[in-house]
Ligand binder design. Sequence first.
Ligand code: ADP
Ligand code: MG
Length: 262
Amino acid sequence: MSNPFLNQALAGDIKGTGTPALRIARPQGDGQTCLVDASGIFKTYRKGGREVPVLRGVDLTVRDGEFVAIVGQSGSGKSTLLHLLGTLDAPDQGIIQFEGHRIDILPASERDQLRNHAFGMVFQFYHLLPELTTLENVVLPTMISRGVWGYWRGKRELEARGMELLEAVGLAHRRTHRPRELSGGEMQRTAVARALMNRPRLLLADEPTGNLDTQTGQEIMKMLCSLKEREGLTIVMVTHDSQIARQADRVVRLVEGRVTQL
Ligand code: ADP
Ligand code: MG
């Protein structure tokens, strides 16, 4: 299976220009400032001479500190939109701004920097590395962004941050376990902790509860809501589950390639 987390991380700042200094907590989002602004987004896939228009004029604004859920039927373009917001793909038309700067036309190296330092990503399948422990999986993004030497120099501090996150997701007691020794919910908690390691401004989550039973899914949602408060995170989450979506601050629906507010 391809590993979008690793692909995007490895495409990034491997040489290690250094992450921003470790801080204990980010300032809370003020709930007013616009963090993400996507306007007039069009995206069509072209395959074997066939065109599949997916996004047809999406407008979406996300405020700093907000938790927005995107719902819509399977195939409605939720993942496509999330990938565009995360600069994993580029729109055919339209503008995407992050903190007031255009990110849809950034050169690849700046896009990789942005993803490594400002965005955290979580997927339905956890994409943990099987041979690493829980704590090692969590600190992996800093190994990648700082390079091996940078990581070793800051090892103590970085592992402390990793442990802080494992505590925040309720997994401190599983720090030396390998992914195969964890439940689905525990693997997703680990993936969330890993996504937060570089202190992102924005967490992008694609069906984070999609592979979990209802109760475990609820626990992940509770954890995301609490991390939003504690870490001052802004979250954009895609889900096909309206019960899950209801717990976000705001729900928008993708219908026929456009966003409607609910
Ligand atoms: P969702 O996440 O809402 O289920 P997606 O964004 O994954 O929807 O997909 C939207 C549509 O685009 C689907 O019809 C899907 O088959 C198509 N699609 C997605 N990715 C590609 C691709 N890389 N190439 C061609 N078609 C794609
Ligand atoms: Mg999807």
